[in-house]
Ligand binder design. Structure first.
Ligand SMILES: Nc1nc(=O)c2c([nH]1)NC[C@@H]1CN(c3ccc(C(=O)N[C@@H](CCC(=O)O)C(=O)O)cc3)C=[N+]21
Length: 305
């Protein structure tokens, strides 16, 4: 193995410790305890695990976390009403609707993901999925940064893998990862500073190419990258022959194959060529949760200083 292992789990621990300290100081100053409410509709096993992990992470950071478990039979109207209630509840700072929503059982009143995400108050939108927060980010004046892209930024920043002036190839164009990470890395100001990180490297000012399922000659394109960010959801799509020696490889993929978690990168092969690489599990995933906690504290600050 020639590549440096980018240990997301360890960096997430560091960030979570910083957040716990921030919460402690906040409460000691007489301000409210930050509170996150997650809404989980239906009984998808993977979603149950994720939500449980988020609950535990909140608890450890001194953040109040509650989960609303709603049956898969919940109608669109019912879910929107619940969100509206939480929007107006001053004790709740952050709201998260766990995705994916289940296939609707009510065809007359379905669960429409776009409508549901649009309903979350932009000031409590800790996922940063609301159009207002997406727009603010695109304009270079972010309020909340989306958790997974922000996790990638923190990882690069804290591992001294700055991308300023470098060519980053993002594989994947989703609203949750591909589009926002491409925007963030090409912006003028270091996105990691929002995470209060000291030192580290400038994780901005990159030249970014977005590749996707219609990209021709993907291998040739990826070979030109100083930094590859894989976020497509295709197991082992990125192989060693596609990597320029010394490049940084960030694997955002979470794929379940034969009950095992694998990324979009063929880790075993790529680690022999890359300069640095994130593992799956233990890479970007733990950072996603850390940045959710960060956003929850930020939401509390927006609400009452
Ligand atoms: N509204 C909403 N917000 C989300 O942020 C959101 C969501 N819906 N739906 C599902 C995806 C997925 N996601 C992950 C978070 C952490 C890990 C994580 O910590 N993974 C561990 C391993 C966990 C395991 O073993 O299953 C790791 O990579 O080391 C993975 C996936 C957040 N998501």
């Amino acid at each position: 193995m020639t590549a440096t292992l980018l240990n997301g789990k360890q960096i997430a621990q560091e960030i979570r410790a910083e957040i716990a300290e921030q919460v402690r100081r906040r409460v000691q100053a007489g301000k409210s305890q930050p509170k996150l409410c997650a809404i989980l509709v239906g009984d998808d096993p993977a979603s149950q695990v994720y939500v449980r992990n988020k609950e535990r992470a909140c608890e450890k950071a001194g953040i109040a976390g509650t989960v609303d478990r709603l049956p898969a039979t919940t109608t669109g109207t019912e879910l929107l009403a619940r969100i509206e209630q939480l929007n107006h509840d001053p004790t709740v700072h952050g709201i998260l609707v766990q995705l994916p929503l289940p296939k609707s059982e009510s065809s007359a009143d379905p669960l429409d993901e776009r409508r549901v995400l649009d309903a979350v108050s932009p000031l409590k939108d800790v996922d940063a999925f609301s159009p207002v927060n997406v727009g603010l980010l695109m304009q270079g004046r972010p309020r909340f940064l989306p958790c997974t892209p922000h996790g990638v930024v923190q990882l690069l920043h804290r591992c001294d893998r700055g991308v300023a002036g470098k060519h980053v190839v993002v594989i994947g164009r989703s609203d949750i990862v591909g589009k926002p990470i491409a925007s963030m890395l090409s912006q003028r100001t270091n996105m990691a500073n929002q995470g209060d990180a000291e030192g580290g490297r400038d994780v901005a000012n990159a030249t970014v190419t977005i590749a996707h399922s219609r990209t021709e000659n993907l291998a040739d394109l990826v070979r030109q990258a100083d930094c590859v960010i894989a976020a497509v959801g295709i197991p082992k799509l990125v192989t060693a022959d596609m990597i320029r020696p010394g490049a940084t490889v960030v694997d955002v993929g979470i794929n379940r194959v034969d009950d095992k978690l694998v990324g979009d990168v063929d880790f075993e092969g790529v680690k022999e060529v890359a300069g640095a690489i994130t593992p799956v599990p233990g890479g970007v995933g733990p950072l996603t949760i850390a940045m959710l906690l960060h956003n929850t504290v930020k939401a509390a600050e927006l609400a009452d200083g």
